[in-house]
Design a protein around this ligand. Structure first.
Ligand code: PEP
Ligand code: MG
Length: 325
């Protein structure tokens, strides 16, 4: 099987009826970089910057951050890389920065919330990212945003750092694209406003599922309890894809969901055209889409999604469709 998948490395990711799908990798450390070449991925759809902080014994300096970001961009000329700002707290703990004892860390002081409350940390990181780009495109997205206002404040921090670099005659990025991760369900109810503010949307399905179903992503008891192909989740995912299309901005998904072939197929049927996943998933997902007639699937899926039955998972529909085709 692995051999078979390796053979697909240079095949473009295009469905049987000619729809191009971007397949990107999730990464976070220098050791992840060779996987882009090995898998033939389009780029890095989620660069988890907190990993550098998690493997370190103390807070990485701005110079160390800059050096990592530059290494990443240098290693992948012409490929798109999306950096996510620090996503600490919740399940991601820094041993040297025990912030506070919290009853519910997943719902607590984490990610962009820390970034906005302690702007020094976020500013330093943003400055490192902008400097690392030096004449190249820089794509940044913010984790765990719950309101449009939080995104606007994060954006203002980037603008301020750009101004600073300009005043000090640093080379600016050729282009800066600012995106938001859709992980908190509150964004579903302000999705059009969000899509107007952002250059792109990226669904963090691990957290979005966790909060949508109120089911701890770390708890094995909860692991198979709720199906992402349940209409509740499918409609949420479609709401996001549709809002992106209405606003004319790209929508991508970077949670574990996108790396499972049947789930990836379901995502394509909702309009997703860009997925980011772990290296081992690229082969299986590409194999699925090479044999997929997307137009006929989209037609069928529209009917499944509109069904008002008992609200059962749509999985049997997708499984049957995959078997038949
Ligand atoms: C997610 O929540 O789906 C995601 C991609 O981010 P992380 O798994 O790092 O929280
Ligand atoms: Mg997340």
């Amino acid at each position: 099987r692995q051999e078979q998948y390796r053979a697909l490395r240079d095949r473009p990711a295009i469905t049987r009826d000619g729809v191009r799908v971007a397949l990107n990798l999730n990464a976070g450390l220098v050791i992840d970089l060779p996987h882009v070449e090995e898998t033939g991925a389009d780029g890095i759809g989620l660069f988890r910057t907190e990993l550098q902080f998690m493997v370190a014994e103390r807070l990485p300096s701005t110079a160390e951050q800059l050096s990592l970001y530059r290494t990443v961009l240098d290693a992948l000329p012409g490929k798109s890389v999306t950096f996510r700002t620090l996503d600490i707290g919740g399940d991601k703990v820094l041993p040297y920065m025990r912030a506070m004892e919290e009853e519910n860390p997943a719902l607590g002081w984490r990610a962009i919330r820390i970034g906005l409350d302690r702007p020094g940390l976020l500013r330093a990181q943003v400055r490192a990212l902008l400097k690392a780009a030096g004449g190249r495109e820089m794509r940044i997205m913010f984790p765990m945003v719950a309101t449009v206002d939080e995104f606007a404040r994060a954006k203002a921090i980037v603008q301020r750092e750009l101004g600073h670099l300009e005043r000090h005659n640093h080379q600016l990025p050729s282009e800066v694209k600012l995106g938001v991760m859709i992980e908190v369900p509150s964004l579903l109810f302000q999705i059009d406003e969000m899509a107007r503010e952002a250059d792109f949307l990226s669904v963090g399905s691990n957290d979005l599922m966790q909060f949508l179903f109120a089911a701890d992503r770390e708890n094995p008891q909860m692991a198979d309890r709720f199906d992402p192909l349940h209409p509740a989740c499918m409609r949420a995912l479609k709401t996001i894809a549709d809002a992106g299309a209405r606003a004319g901005i790209p929508v991508t998904l970077c949670g574990e969901l996108g790396g499972r072939p049947l789930e990836a197929m379901a995502l394509l049927s909702l309009g997703y055209r860009s997925l980011s996943m772990s290296p081992a998933s690229i082969g299986p997902v590409k194999a699925m889409l090479l044999s997929l007639d997307l137009e006929s699937l989209m037609e069928a899926a529209e009917g499944w999604l509109a069904e008002r039955t008992a609200g059962e998972s749509l999985r049997p529909h997708y499984t049957a469709y995959a078997k038949k085709h």
